[in-house]
Design a protein around this ligand. Structure first.
Ligand code: NDP
Length: 328
């Protein structure tokens, strides 16, 4: 039947990797008819743990899993890759400046971009999860000149899903009643979850909420700071929900978004909504025929404009920093 799809996962032995790999192998990334081969990339110290995870994957006897290979060399890991989930990244250490963080990640995402350029399959699709995800995706993209730029994306789907739940709770409705929510900008504390174009049961969500104080002082910060709240409660960062969002992003990219709704994805800007061309920024997005498209023609009020501009400014500054470092 179908040919297996090669899925490369970096940082495979980490927390998110552990929550992600079993779901990929069970068919949730691409669909129940698509066999997969996993290609796991780790740094040398992570290889042994990745081998342990591979043993557990074997022990699940997943019918769709046709192979697992483990690498510490990106050039090998991305050979023939159809999907690349870039999870491994340099975490923010104490006292680390943003520039240091971007530089450390440049050392990871530049060689990965080169490896993708050299060896990935023609239909390669990349999702950056490791932070700072948008700019890490930009770095990899810049080192893969032969790959269409639109194939490099970053994850804001977790922010989107978090916003869906917060809004559903506020309005006491089901997640299924909410459509057309948007996360704009950077996957960072400046991200802007926008309910002004969202619908609840077919009506405008902002009007249904009718509470600007809740929006500004509760909803937006709760969504933007959810990661820190989870670390505080769990004693470890979110992992299963991040893995879940990565699955959602790629599934929708490959299989298409449902009619009458959109989602949020950080994709290369074409200049829409005043976002400088080339920045990998979160937009309202639909996937059609295997390609992301930015939803056009939304009305952006003054409040939204200010929030979007602030997050996009941060992305522009990150791009300036990695330019100065010679990474893009
Ligand atoms: P996690 O698996 O928990 O997180 C991995 C990355 O995902 C981090 O950059 C993290 O950012 C990011 N992330 C994005 N969204 C979220 C979210 N909602 N919640 C939590 N994290 C999020 O990290 P681990 O330390 O457990 O594992 C990382 C693995 O990557 C290690 O095994 C390491 O060896 C490996 N690694 C591999 C590399 C490679 O393959 N070349 C390079 C570097 C590391 P944040 O730090 O901001 O939380």
């Amino acid at each position: 039947s179908n040919a297996p799809v090669n899925v490369t996962v970096t940082g495979a032995a980490g927390q998110i990797g552990y929550a992600l790999l079993f779901r990929i192998a069970s068919g949730q990334l691409l669909g129940a008819d698509t066999p997969v081969k996993l290609r796991l990339l780790e740094i040398p110290q992570g290889v042994k743990a990745a081998e342990g995870t591979a043993m557990e994957l074997d022990d699940c006897a997943f019918p769709l899993l046709q192979g697992i290979d483990i690498f510490d060399d990106p050039n090998k890991a991305f050979e023939g890759a159809n999907v690349g989930l870039l999870v491994g990244a340099r975490p923010r250490g104490p006292g680390m400046e943003r520039g240091d963080l971007l530089e450390a990640n440049g050392g990871i995402f530049k060689p990965q971009g080169e490896a993708i350029n050299a060896g990935a399959a023609d239909d390669i699709r990349i999702l950056a999860v490791g932070n700072p995800a948008n700019t890490n995706a930009l770095i990899a993209q810049n080192h893969a000149p032969d790959v269409p730029a639109e194939r490099f994306t970053a994850m804001t789907r977790l922010d989107h899903n978090r916003a869906l739940t917060q809004l559903a709770k506020k309005l006491n409705v089901s997640i299924n009643d909410i459509k057309k929510l948007t996360i704009w900008g950077n996957h960072s504390a400046t991200q802007y979850p926008d309910i002004f174009n969202a619908e609840v049961g077919g009506k405008n969500a902002a009007q249904a909420v009718n509470d600007q104080t809740w929006l500004e002082d509760d909803f937006i910060p709760t969504v933007a700071k959810r990661g820190a709240a989870i670390i505080e409660a769990r004693g470890a960062s979110s992992a299963a929900s991040a893995a879940n969002a990565a699955i959602d992003h790629v599934y929708d990219w490959v299989n298409g978004t449902p009619e009458g709704d959109w989602t949020s994805a950080a994709i290369p800007s074409d200049g829409s909504y005043g976002v400088p061309e080339g920045l990998i920024s979160s937009f309202p997005a639909v996937s059609k025929n295997g390609k992301w498209e930015i939803v056009q023609g939304l009305e952006i009020g003054e409040f939204s404009r200010g929030r979007i501009d602030a997050s996009v400014k941060e992305l522009s500054e990150e791009r300036d920093t990695v330019r100065k470092l010679g990474l893009v």
